[in-house]
Each structure stands twice: as structure tokens, then as C-alpha cells.
Design a binder for this molecule. Sequence first.
Ligand code: GLY
Length: 420
Amino acid sequence: MNILILGGGGREHALAWAVLQNPKCDRLIVAPGNAGIAMIADCADLDILDGDAVVGFAVEESIDFVIIGPEAPLAAGVADALVSAGIPVFGPSAAAARLEASKAFTKEVCDACGAPTAAWARFTDAAEARAYVAAQGAPIVVKADGLAAGKGVVVAETVEEAQAAIDDILGGAFGAAGAEVVIEDFMAGEEASFFVLSDGETVLPIGTAQDHKRIGEGDTGPNTGGMGAYSPAPVMTEAVAEAALTRIVMPTVAEMARRGTPYKGVLYVGLMIADGAPRLVEYNVRFGDPECQVLMMRLGGQALDLMMACAEGRLAEMQVSWAEDHALTVVMAAEGYPGAYEKGSVIAGLEEMAEDSHHMVFHAGTARAGGAWRANGGRVLNVTARGATLQEARDRAYAMVDRIDWPEGVHRRDIGWRAL
Ligand code: GLY
């Protein structure tokens, strides 16, 4: 089979790595990919937000299956364009991708199907939103309704902070994504991510993970896209997973089908768990980054069979073959991230790194220039390892981190601390 993956970060490197372990894959192209991905697959320069361009490329390259990594092409309808052209695709329609592209839409779906989540309200008028927050008090959560590259959510400790966030969002800081603001009650508990595949009817869990969103050790400092992750998440016991499936995920999938917009793809279910009861924080319509890296490390080549079955409506006949293993990834970022950072610093030690089914360095933002690996983004490397225990996975990952010589890079030394 000829397979095309859309995207160019650590998530897509991990997807490419897993897909290539499946003998069904004859040729793999990643668009746009990155310098690390180019070591294992062909990379193509393609506007992945343009459905017609993606279809044209897929036809030209005789692509049999497309895997869409990030949310933006999904929200832009690239999966719809591929389906219309008869090209099998892993990833939901634009209508179903609203589960990530509109926070208010997700809340409406939860209300319609009775999925437990925080109480909420929506506003386009800043004065009304400010008055609502003043009446509710803090802590309180303020979200831009639309896609804001992970930046449109503020967990406000005070009413003033919440009102400033409202002014920012409705004042245009996030463009069209902030035309509406969603305000939610604060939920206490422990956060975890649950990943399930849905073919529109059947739901198949494929793993759990926890990530570390803050830049600083002890989960302090500004929010990032994620500074590390591990799988499985101990807080996701069988009972919690079962409750999340039956009370949140399955009702949502049924509600989406009832609306005529069945959800087909991976659903990243962000949960808050308190006293063993999960509530929905948010949905994402794609794999998490860096959660995908630990999931792919654990699933390996079967990930392709699962994604194909999902796209073809055959999930009812699939099973996940689980190893009793753990995986952990440490994100190495450019100094300054998530604020301003420099590009171009040299990263040494990658050539000598032995990589195998237990040790992988996934590239999120690197370039090859002057015969050296160089930093080319904020999050740059995802140093990932698998082990029989979380401690073993963690020791292996940090042993790899310590062999990377990158003075301008930063990383956290405490990934996995809550679980250990
Ligand atoms: N790691 C969080 C996300 O992918 O949204």
C-alpha cells in the first residue's frame, strides 16, 4: 500500500514510525514532514489545508490510504474532500471535527447526550461575560470557542484574571477563533487522556496517557503544548475507563450519529477524574502530541491495521493486542519556549543514538543544515522509551536525553512524577 500522512511534528514522526513497521506499507510519504521524518519516509511539500491539493497529490502518487495528523486540515474539510474522491482516510469530517473546533458545540453535544462535564455558558458580548464571571466567582475557566493552537484556554484563579481573558479573547487576540467565549466551572481532580477509535458506531479504546502541560518542574510555569507524557495513565483504572466509555464516549458517538455527522477517527478524550468519576474536559479529534509518541511506541505496527479498520467501518472485528508495557517521552525544547526562542542551534549526539522498538527519538522541529542537526522549532525532540515498568521506561528515556548534547535545549527532569 502507498500511504500518505499529513502533518510535520513529533506526532507524525511517531505515526510514520509505527506505520513503517507494518508490512502492508510499501511506500510512505509524509507532507510536509520534517528533517527527522525524512530519515525514514519521503517528505512532500504540500498545502495540507487545501483539500483539492491533497486529493490531487494522492491521485498522482497512487495513494491508497491517508492519515491526517493535526486538527487544522480536519476542520478545513480535507477528510471530506478525500472521501468524496473515494480515497480512504483516517480522520473525521469537518462536521464531526467540530468536537474540537468549537468548544460550545462540544458542550451542546454533552448536554444533549447527558455526558458529565462542567456547567457552562457562552457569550459574544464582553460585558455579559464579565458580569457572568463576577456572579460565578473564581476559579473559573475561560476558553476561546474555536481552534487557537492550544493557547485559547485560561484557568483563572481570580475574577480579574478571568475578565482579562474574556477581554483578550473577544478583543481579537485569537482572531475568528475568539468570536465567542465559553466559560466553564472549574473542575478539581486529576487529568488524564483516553484515546479511542470510532468508526461511527463501534468504539475501541487504544490506550491512556497523561501529559505535562507546564514548562517547569513540579508542573509550574506557563502552559506549553506538552513537555512530556507517559502511557498508561495509572489514574485510568478499568473502572474509570469503563465509566468514561459508557457515560461519555459512547453517548457522544451515538449523538454524533443521530445528528447525521458520525464521528470516524481517533477521539482524544480529555478527562478530569475525581473520586473515581470521570468528567469531560475537552475532546480533540486527533492524537495528542506528545501523547501519540507514547501510544505508537506501545502499539507499533498494529496501529496501521487499527486506523484502516476505523476508516473502513470494521472496528467491530478488531482487537488491540496489548503488551503489559509502559512508555514515556521527554520533550526537549528550545530555550525560551513557550515564549520567543532562537532557531538554528546545533544538536549533537543523535547520530550515535541506538534506536529500536524500545528507544526512539521522534523529531518535532529539527532541520539538517551544514552536516548537523539543528533546532527548528519550539518543541524540537521527543525522546521516547518503552519498558516493563514506568520506572524502566523513564530511566531509558533520560539515559537517551543525557546522551544528547544541546546546550541551547531545555527539558524537564520529572516527567512521570505523579505516577511514580
Ligand atoms: N498534548 C496536548 C495536545 O496534544 O493537545
